[in-house]
Design a protein around this ligand. Structure first.
Ligand SMILES: O=C(O)CCC(=O)C(=O)O
Ligand SMILES: [Fe+2]
Length: 301
C-alpha cells in the first residue's frame, strides 16, 4: 500500500512547482511553520526524557542519538508530518525515504558551525553513505532542519549562502580524523570535533559572507536545504538558552543507503552498528527495494 501524498490529495501542483523552482535556483526553501511554539515546547519536554531511554534505540547506548525517529513516536510523527513530506516530495519526487535523523545542540557559549557542504555524507570517516542508482537532474538529498527551540541571531541560527549548491568548495570524500578538542575556541573552524578546513578544495578560498542569509526561526519551524548549499550556524552567545536543532535527512527511494558499509560505521568517535537500521518510507512506494525499509511508528507513543 502506498502512502498518498498531501500534495496529490490537494491537487496542489502549482505550490509544489513554485517550491521546486525556488529550491533549484537557491538551494533552500523556508522557513515554514509546522507546529506552534507552545506545542513544540510540550513535545520537546517529552522527547528529552524519551531520548534518555535507549532500550529500543537501534544504536544502543550511543551518545549521538542518531535515528531516534525509529523508536520515539513524536520524532517519527515529525519525520512523516504531511506538511513536511509534501514539500520534500515537491523537490525529491513522490517516493521518499528518511535515511537519517540527528541532533545539533548549541549550548550557551558554543562556537559557530563552520561553513560546509555535503551530499553523499562521507562525513569525514570512510565511504559515501548515499549512492544514487538513477540519474538526477537536480538534488537527490534534502535536509529538513527542525527547530525544537527558538534559534535566533544570538542563539545559533542557521545561515546559508544561496545559489552555492552547484559548485563544490569542499571535497567531502576526504577522510579527516575526529578530534574531540575541535572546535578550537575562537577559530570558528570547527564542526563538532572535525576540522572542515581540511576539506577545502582551494585552501585559500573564503566564502563570501556578504551573501549569507541568516534564518532566525521559532520553535516548530523548519528550513529545508540541500547540504550541497553552503550552510552553517552562528555561535550561541546567549547566557542561558540552549538551541536544539533536529536535522531530518531525506532521499528518493532509488538511493542506496550504507551499501558500501559492512555492518557498521564510525562517526564522532562512536561505532554505529547497522544490524537494526532501516530507512523509513514516509511517502510513495519503494519499487527499487535497495534498502531495508520501515514505516512511520503507529500508536500513541
Ligand atoms: O545546526 C547546525 O549548527 C548545523 C546543521 C547542519 O549542518 C546540518 O543540518 O546539516
Ligand atoms: Fe550540515
Amino acid at each position: 500500500m502506498s502512502i498518498v501524498s498531501q500534495a496529490a490529495r490537494n491537487g496542489d501542483s502549482s505550490a509544489a512547482e513554485q517550491d521546486k523552482a525556488f529550491f533549484d535556483e537557491n538551494g533552500y526553501i523556508g522557513p515554514f511553520t509546522i507546529y506552534q511554539p507552545e506545542v513544540v515546547s510540550e513535545m520537546w519536554k517529552k522527547v528529552r526524557l524519551q531520548l534518555l531511554d535507549k532500550k529500543k534505540a537501534i544504536y544502543g547506548n550511543n551518545k549521538m542519538n542518531y535515528d531516534r525517529h525509529l523508536d520515539v513516536k513524536i520524532l517519527s510523527d515529525i519525520v512523516s508530518h504531511p506538511d513536511i513530506v509534501r514539500r520534500v516530495q515537491s523537490i525529491l519526487g513522490p517516493n521518499i525515504l528518511c535515511w537519517r535523523t540527528e541532533w545539533f545542540p548549541k549550548y550557551p557559549g558554543d562556537e559557530a558551525t563552520t561553513w560546509h557542504q555535503a551530499e553523499s555524507f562521507v562525513a569525514f570517516e570512510g565511504e559515501s553513505k548515499l549512492v544514487p542508482t538513477q540519474p538526477h537532474e537536480g538534488s537527490w538529498e534534502l535536509t529538513v532542519w527542525f527547530a525544537f527551540t527558538d534559534a535566533k541571531r544570538d542563539t545559533a541560527c542557521l545561515k546559508v549562502i544561496p545559489r552555492t549548491h552547484r559548485t563544490w568548495f569542499f571535497d567531502e570524500r576526504r577522510n579527516v580524523p575526529y578530534d574531540p578538542s575541535m572546535p578550537m575556541k575562537g577559530t570558528g573552524a570547527g564542526f563538532y570535533g572535525y576540522d572542515f578546513e581540511k576539506l577545502k578544495i582551494d585552501p585559500q578560498w573564503k566564502p563570501d559572507e556578504s551573501q549569507a542569509l541568516h534564518f532566525e526561526m521559532q520553535a516548530g519551524q523548519v528550513l529545508m536545504f540541500t547540504s550541497r548549499c553552503l550552510h552553517g550556524s552562528e555561535p550561541n552567545i546567549s547566557k542561558d538558552q540552549t538551541r536544539m536543532g533536529f536535522a531530518i535527512r531525506y532521499v528518493p527511494t532509488d538511493v542506496k543507503v550504507y551499501s558500501r558499509h559492512s555492518g557498521q560505521y564510525v562517526h564522532f568517535g562512536e561505532v554505529f552498528p547497522l544490524d537494526r537500521y532501516a530507512a523509513m518510507l514516509v511517502a510513495g512506494e519503494d519499487t527499487f527495494a535497495h534498502n531495508k525499509i520501515t514505516r512511520p511508528l503507529a500508536g500513541d507513543g
